[in-house]
Design a protein around this ligand. Structure first.
Ligand SMILES: *Cc1c(COP(=O)(O)O)cnc(C)c1O
Length: 396
């Protein structure tokens, strides 16, 4: 720990580790110890650490221009917006700096569409789901379906209603005259790597149509090729009215984005929303290079293939292990659900130089780079299985 550690708020429970260098799926700590990164800074460095395609574009931009403001056109921003709309069902993009801000924009856009475009002033409620995660601003932590993120922050903004995930019947019961939108993740990353069922998602889309509601999909963790498609909703054959991105969009440069369908464009008229840094020259340079790499190297397809391989290999290696309840995932967002807390498994793996992260207390989450070498995957899976199998043996 550096001398300045006490000069920070203690709001993060940090491991006693600091990295000084990264390359691809490898990280090195201050003592020169090497680590295999199977978590990517929480699904952010989807192309690995310091990927050439992005760093070259950034270096060029650093010498040219960093920031002007959204009072002017920003060519990089327009180029990234076009890349995103050309490759999705979204028609218009708003850029910001983080996931929470992207969801905040989605919430504001949904409300404003109803109030200003449709003239329905009393239709402002958004339905979200138990175990969801949507961010840490006041509105997005209220949208989040987990009480632990809300403790001590009252009063919370009004207008959020919750329903159990993967339960269409229960969802139907909470739709009311005030509802304007339904917001969900296709895979709940923070909530435990819980996948939405096809039947549930189809029903959500149908209910939105039937009741005239907006469908908002939070793709902040699942987007940018991670789940085997550029955006996870593509697996389900639906088109959201609004979806949000951040984490993997800039390969580690802070950037978020909210995309919406054409009919929503006028709801964000000039002056209605904004961000000083949103979509500046540097973050959008990283976004362009990231998006171009994902497309040209067909990385969503690779994520799909490699994810299937990981789930089947882990299932095999861990079959019969009484500590393991289920191995599940979508592409390269994978969860190993255990019967007990996984904190010490994660610590054992760190000692062996393998980095994974939890998703809730009992789930080990893997979110490796979409470019990770197969040998590295095998080495990581062997380490994980060996730690879990030793723990099961010790528990007997
Ligand atoms: C990480 C995450 C967020 C919040 O993003 P920040 O950049 O931390 O604000 C929101 N939704 C989902 C699904 C996430 O995984």
């Amino acid at each position: 720990m550096g001398e300045g550690a006490n000069s920070l708020f203690p709001n993060y429970g940090r491991y006693p580790l600091a990295f000084v260098k990264g390359e691809g799926s490898r990280l090195w700590d201050e003592n020169g110890k090497e680590y295999l990164d199977l978590m990517c800074g929480l699904a952010v460095t989807n192309l690995g650490h310091a990927p050439k395609q992005v760093s070259e574009r950034l270096k060029e931009q650093v010498d040219l221009l960093w920031h002007t403001s959204n009072l002017f056109h920003i060519p990089n921003q327009e180029k990234l917006a076009k890349l995103l709309t050309d490759n999705s069902c979204g028609d218009a993009v708003f850029f910001c700096n983080s996931g929470a801000e992207a969801n905040e924009a989605a919430i504001k856009l949904a409300r404003r569409y109803f109030q200003k475009v449709l003239g329905k002033k009393d239709q402002y409620e958004i339905i979200t789901f138990h175990l969801s995660f949507h961010g840490r601003t006041l509105a997005t932590l209220t949208a989040t379906g987990q009480d632990k993120v809300k403790e001590g922050f009252a009063p919370l903004p009004e207008g959020f209603v919750y329903a159990p995930y993967n339960d269409a019947e229960a969802l139907e019961k909470v739709i009311g005259p005030k509802t304007c939108a339904i917001m969900l993740e296709m895979v709940q990353g923070e909530g435990g790597v819980n996948r939405a069922d096809q039947a549930f998602v189809s029903k959500v889309a149908e209910l939105c149509k039937q009741h005239g509601l907006l469908l908002i999909v939070d793709e902040i963790q699942t987007g940018m090729g991670r789940t085997g498609k550029m955006f996870a909703f593509e697996h389900y054959g639906i088109e959201p009215d609004i979806f949000t991105l951040a984490k993997g969009l800039g390969s580690g440069m802070p950037i978020g984005a909210m995309l919406g369908k054409e009919k929503l464009r006028e709801a964000f008229s000039a002056g209605s929303h904004g961000s000083t840094f949103g979509g500046n020259y540097l973050s959008t340079a990283a976004g362009i290079a990231t998006m171009e790499t994902l497309l040209s190297e067909k990385l969503p397809e690779r994520a799909q293939e490699l994810g299937g391989y990981i789930v089947s290999k882990l299932s095999e290696q861990l079959s019969g292990n009484p500590l393991v309840k289920e191995v599940r995932g979508l592409g390269l967002l994978i969860g190993i659900e255990c019967t007990q807390p996984v904190a010490d498994v994660i610590a054992r793996l760190q000692e062996q130089g393998v980095l994974v992260v939890s998703a809730g207390p009992n789930v080990i989450r893997l979110a490796p780079s979409l470019l990770i070498a197969k040998e590295d995957v095998d080495r990581g899976l062997d380490a994980i299985s060996s730690v879990l199998n030793k723990q099961a043996a010790a528990a007997v």
